[in-house]
Design a protein around this ligand. Sequence first.
Ligand code: NAD
Ligand code: USQ
Length: 392
Amino acid sequence: MKVIVLGGDGFCGWATSLHLSAEGHHVTIVDNLVRRRTDEELGVSSLTPIRSIEERLQAWRETRNTPIDFVELDVAKDYDRLEALFRQVAPDAIVHFAEQRAAPYSMKSPWHKRYTVDNNVNATSSVLCAMVEACPDAHLVHLGTMGVYGYGKTKGMTIPEGYIDATLRSAGAEATVEILYPVDPGSIYHMTKTLDQLLFLYYAKNDGLKITDLHQGIVWGTSTPETDLDERLVNRFDYDGDYGTVLNRFLAQAAIGHPLTVHGTGGQTRAFIHIRDTVRCIALAIQSAPKRGDRVKIMNQMTETHRVGDLAQMVSRMTGVPVEHLDNPRKEMAENDLVVANDSLINLGLEPTRLSDGLMEEVVEIAGRHKDRCDTSRIVCSSLWVRPIAAE
Ligand code: NAD
Ligand code: USQ
């Protein structure tokens, strides 16, 4: 298949592009490289020494004798070039990773809030609009988030895959309808993913676009069989307080001997998936497109749930590095349970990678190898969900 990967220079996008190319798909990466500029803005860099996009693509050509095309383009702002590219490539599938994805970054300041909304909503809106004009038969596979469902409001209930039956009552009449699961975003970033959902609903209904929305949990790990093939193919590893996600942060902290930064009690339960499973899920999703006119296909892309505090204890037992409980910079429930249905991807053939499969040790080893690149002053999260009111 011809596949366009929007955001293909990022953490999930790079590993996915290589995996799809290795599976024989013809891949075109589209990226405006903003994530690399954000590192400069924040004064941090990936713990692993990622190479320029040119060097990455050259290394892939040399390793696999397979080209991956690259187009530098802002998906949110450069609509005409996006539509022209869709016409020129005539993709069978478009994988959409091209959004600002860090919750702490999205909460840093009014500028960061507005940038995250502008970038993410305009990117998705432009992709859908251009598909109608240029490639209405293509299949859009979007990376959404488990965070659209929110945490903790439905104790004991399994979170379904996107939809739920609801009984509506008004003026004495009653109707049972299927609706999108009620959203409950916990950050500006997560809110943009709920807005994406409405754009998908509309374009699937009105224009018959084929859309799959993957509600992904927190991705951990850094390498895949393809990124391991050559050191120039190394994937990014974010450990800082804005872009680092919790398990990778704990594993990096363990590698450098920094206390494990648990926010609050550590009672927050979240969904997780290894980057190896991420790339497999996307390959599986591409192969099972909905038909034109179908409702948006929503699949929960996660393999297990864990409490943040339990993960910290697990990493601490493994490495001997102590756990530290910090004031929680976020506005979130201190404790929640989380049960998630993920039958769709399992039924498509996903064999979950588990935390116990020795891969946590691999991540600590990789982080340890590059620990000289770690700026310890960037570890603690400084982005606050609610800013303190200035004293009179
Ligand atoms: P990332 O920041 O590493 O990658 C995103 C890529 O998109 C970057 O290369 C960036 O330069 C590019 N990009 C952003 N805006 C763009 C624009 N307007 N035009 C062109 N390119 C643009 O993020 P990631 O961790 O790879 O996440 C990818 C997607 O997966 C995101 O949409 C995120 O919401 C979703 N997701 C990620 C995780 C996770 O734990 N990393 C979990 C669930 C869902
Ligand atoms: N946390 C800590 N200590 C840390 C970092 C985080 O206790 O050092 C806690 C947070 O307070 C939160 C939980 O761990 O309760 C998860 O935080 P996170 O930064 O790992 O994940 P999150 O902000 O939810 O975002 C990440 C990705 C995002 C994706 C989302 C999937 O950055 O792109 O959408 O995971 S999910 O969480 O399932 O919505």
